[in-house]
Design a protein around this ligand. Structure first.
Ligand SMILES: [Zn+2]
Length: 429
């Protein structure tokens, strides 16, 4: 007797009509037809059932603060940072917790159950850190939240940067962050990468740095990050977030850099929505896209996963907690529209991101955690195209969110009365 069987599901790997049986919090079987009974069944005929979405780069302490205390007029990264600096002294723990919990509600409804969030450690009050640690505990039953100690104003550049970051780690933050391109000089940036990797090695923690989030082709901190990763034996435990300067780098230099990153097993985290919005702002025309070299990094065997980064905060006024929106933008900006390309993009918001975050028990195999999203789409390609309704979201075998399918009723002579965009609106041969 199983607790739950999801019937006739389409899986991301292309299998169709598969039954998934759940016992307790785990997947007990994944087979073409399971004859045993279950306490509950969900008919997923023709629907994609995927492991939940994973966001490896977010700012939970800033989300839903749009307009506080004012809007970002220039729309640039640097005005966003200074605007956040205006808001920071006004932040209260209660408001931070409330905004984060509301975002997590939205995330669950979108089938997004794993989030890595950077937490600003620049204000020595560390109210952001206290708040996000509380949120991490509160959402634990439904979202795995990893926290990165992020010195937004610079590890060396901010007055209390060094002490505050280390105190945040002492308080229980999971991961060492950094922002080398925002330090006063290239040399300070290089020194910060070395110091932060040393801290990670000493404390046995992973590293995830905002790295080279600039259009300056000479911003090459990723080279130092890869080299220090090898030096401290941190291979596979280090992520380089953004890496937008790679877009503008000299090709010959990149031909040496990418193999070095592969040697260090750097996890690459571009943020397509934010990169296309914030980069190239000093360009006239032609304007650079500013997204890092996604296809080339994937081809070199690096683990590339996409982050949402921001939702309605000083840097980005848009966003909906939907990782399919992130993947949708990546397809366009990275110009990865082929069938195999799109499968890789879907991986970048699911399995690759799970690898970046070091998640255990993630996937659709027997023995994995019974965590799923059921989509009103037939396959990953359709999911990326439609950003469809999440019909069901299941965590450790329990349904934690449901939505009604989106069906349009038509009043057209001689035409269908209803359209299910996920099933009916497909290319015709
Ligand atoms: Zn970020």
């Amino acid at each position: 007797m199983f607790d739950l069987i999801i019937r006739k599901a389409n899986l991301p790997d292309g299998r169709t009509g598969v039954d998934i049986a759940v016992k307790g919090a785990k997947i007990a079987a994944v087979e073409p037809q399971i004859d045993s009974p279950a306490r509950a069944e969900i008919d997923a005929t023709g629907r994609l059932v995927t492991p939940p979405f994973v966001d490896p780069h977010f700012h939970m302490d800033a989300t839903l603060s749009l307009g506080l205390p004012r809007m970002n007029v220039s729309g640039t990264l640097l005005e966003g940072i200074s605007l956040w600096g205006e808001l920071r002294p006004l932040l209260t723990k209660e408001a931070l917790v409330e905004r984060a919990l509301r975002y997590c509600d939205l995330a669950v409804s979108q089938g997004l159950l794993f989030i890595r969030s950077h937490v600003d450690t620049s204000d020595p009050r560390l109210v952001t850190v206290e708040a996000m640690i509380e949120v991490r505990e509160k959402v634990k039953p439904y979202i795995d939240l990893q926290l990165v100690a992020f010195p937004q104003d610079g590890y060396y550049r901010a007055e209390n940067g060094v002490g505050s970051l280390n105190r945040a780690l002492d308080m229980g933050i999971d991961i060492v962050g950094g922002i080398p391109h925002f330090e006063r000089t290239m040399d300070d940036g290089r020194a910060s990468v070395e110091a932060l990797c040393r801290i990670a090695a000493d404390r046995g923690l992973p590293v995830d740095m905002h790295c080279d989030e600039t259009d300056d082709p000479m911003s090459r901190h990723i080279e130092t990050l890869a080299a220090q990763t090898v030096r401290f034996g941190l291979q596979g435990r280090v992520a380089g977030s953004h890496l937008t300067s790679m877009h503008s780098m000299d090709n010959y230099y990149v031909s040496k850099l990418i193999p070095l990153m592969a040697e260090a097993k750097i996890n690459v985290i571009p943020n397509p929505l934010i990169n296309i919005m914030l980069q190239g702002r000093h360009d006239s025309y032609p304007k650079r896209r500013g997204l890092t070299r996604v296809r080339e990094l994937m081809d070199a065997g690096l683990n590339v996963s996409f982050g949402h980064d921001c939702v309605m905060d000083p840097w980005y006024s848009m966003g909906s907690g939907d990782m399919l929106e992130v993947g949708h933008m990546a397809i366009h900006v990275a110009q990865m529209a082929g069938l195999e390309d799109k499968k890789k993009i879907f991986d970048a918001i699911t399995v690759n991101s799970a690898k970046t975050m070091g998640l255990e028990g993630y996937g659709l195999e027997k023995g994995c955690n019974a965590d799923f999203a059921i989509l009103q789409a037939a396959d990953p390609l359709e999911a990326l195209r439609l950003k469809p309704t999440r019909l069901g979201v299941i965590r450790r075998g329990k349904v934690i969110a449901r939505s009604m399918p989106c069906i349009a009723e038509l009043s057209l002579d001689g035409r269908p009365a209803r359209i299910d965009s996920g099933r009916d609106y497909v290319p015709l041969s």
